[in-house]
Design a protein around this ligand. Structure first.
Ligand code: 0T9
Length: 423
């Protein structure tokens, strides 16, 4: 933080958070804490290591009749999926601190805003193929982003959606995530359900906010294997920031006792982590599991702004982003209002025409009324997880396990019929 101006506007902002109504996106923050990037872009963090995402495809047993080998390979695959998942966390939760010095308040996407791009195949033999990203703002009140990451060559699809609910405590903003990710390896006929951990934002008093993860998230495989990941920060059980412990079990039932763990992983998701067989927590003398500082993220390739459609995020927000980069408070307000007014007019037109905005590539599927083959249902059941719109990772029978069961799913048919927006 620098200068009296900053600290005074920051303290005004802190007071406004202290009395806030639950909608973080609606609060006006001082320019120095604004990010020029829209939340619809955050979906790209799921695949900045395409090689790790695709790795399970290559972990198959030669001898299909050998049951022990099949079992061993399926354990290797959930470990590989866990490694990929851990590899996404530094991008998801540290990248703003690393590129801009602190966590920043993202631009609040408008309804229908989209963001697309691709990762080229960086492998030597061309075994990975191209991976594409589709991200779309499917709801504005409350904000919800849906995404799909598709690799045709390896028939691998990751899709999901996110929303948040935030509350304030004395020194932090506490955030529960809503939504999940579904990862399908179609050649393997194997799928994984991934829940999203709760988090909180620290460093508010000193105007240097950062994210810390907490609680538990799960990775449930269609093979039955489940990874249970516990998060903690500085001054908790490990004392180090960005700590986690993951245990992999044969199934949900055996996960009731830590002694049953087939493998255990521990360390920092933003740094080094280690893996060992069995239930005891590994240390730096065990095998290295992942080193987040060593593995360089592969950046998404996005078309130049001139070639983008008006609904594409960087084109739509271009003027706001420039104003933020100049720290021009009045210009930021002016350019934001222009987008907001346009959106208000659109909604008004829809109301008077009796229509409503149609999402572009995603469908809102109601699992209470629609009979569906979506692996979400069977995976939730294996993991004893709620299928309702509860905080991500809520268990069946918990206090949040009720209400709607509507979730966003990609429609590749809609994408195939897309004629205006190109990768
Ligand atoms: C999904 C991710 C999510 C979105 C962000 C809480 C947060 C908005 C949601 C959960 C991604 O996959 C992962 C990463 C970071 C999360 C953001 C961190 C953050 O601070 C914002 C909220 C809305 C704020 O901007 C709070 C105001 C400000 C004082 C903090 C800089």
């Amino acid at each position: 933080m620098s200068g009296a101006m900053h600290s005074s506007t920051w303290s005004t902002f802190l007071k406004s958070i202290a009395s806030f109504n639950g909608d973080l996106s609606s609060m006006t923050a001082p320019p120095f804490i604004l990010s020029p990037t829209s939340l619809v872009e955050y979906s790209q963090y799921w695949a900045e290591h395409p090689d790790l995402l695709l790795e399970p495809n290559f972990l198959v047993s030669e001898d299909k009749d050998n049951k022990d080998e099949r079992e061993a390979m399926s354990l290797k695959r959930i470990i590989a999926v866990t490694r990929w998942f851990i590899s996404t966390l530094r991008s998801q939760y540290c990248s703003r601190n690393e590129s801009m010095g602190t966590e920043k308040k993202p631009l609040n996407p408008f309804l229908g805003e989209v963001f697309v791009g691709k990762w080229d195949d960086k492998s030597a033999g061309g075994k990975l193929g191209e991976t594409i990203l589709l991200s779309e703002q499917v709801s504005h009140h409350p904000p919800v982003t849906a995404y799909a990451i598709n690799n045709e060559q390896n028939k691998t699809v990751l899709q999901g959606y996110n929303g948040i609910k935030a509350t304030m405590s004395a020194t932090s903003i506490n955030v529960k995530q809503y939504g999940h990710a579904l990862l399908e390896y179609k050649t393997l006929e194997e799928s994984y359900l991934i829940t999203l951990p709760p988090l909180h934002i620290e460093g508010l008093i000193t105007a240097s906010p950062f994210v810390e993860l907490e609680g538990t998230s799960y990775i449930q495989s269609s093979t039955g294997h489940i990874a249970v990941i516990d998060y903690s920060g500085r001054g908790y059980f490990s004392g180090k920031k960005n700590s986690f412990k993951a245990r992999i079990y044969r199934d949900k039932l055996s996960s009731a006792h830590k002694d049953n763990a087939l493998a255990s992983i521990s360390g920092q998701w933003s740094g080094k982590s280690y893996i060992a067989k069995g239930h005891s927590s590994p240390s730096s003398s065990d095998e290295l599991f992942y080193d987040a500082k060593e593995k360089v993220p592969e950046r998404l390739i996005v078309k130049p702004i001139e070639e983008q459609h008006p609904l594409e995020s960087r084109r739509a927000w271009q003027k706001v982003a420039e104003a933020i980069k100049k720290s021009d408070y009045d210009l930021i307000q002016q350019e934001k209002s222009s987008i907001e007014n346009q959106q208000r007019d659109l909604r008004k037109e829809e109301r008077s025409a009796g229509t409503s905005w149609e999402t572009r590539w995603f469908d809102h599927v109601d699992y209470q009324s629609e009979h569906s083959q979506d692996p979400f249902i069977s995976l939730s059941s294996l993991a004893n997880l709620s299928i309702h719109n509860a905080p991500s990772g809520s268990l069946r029978g918990s206090k949040h396990d009720n209400g709607d069961a509507k979730h966003w799913r990609v429609s590749f048919q809609k994408w195939d019929e897309e004629s205006e927006i190109k990768i």
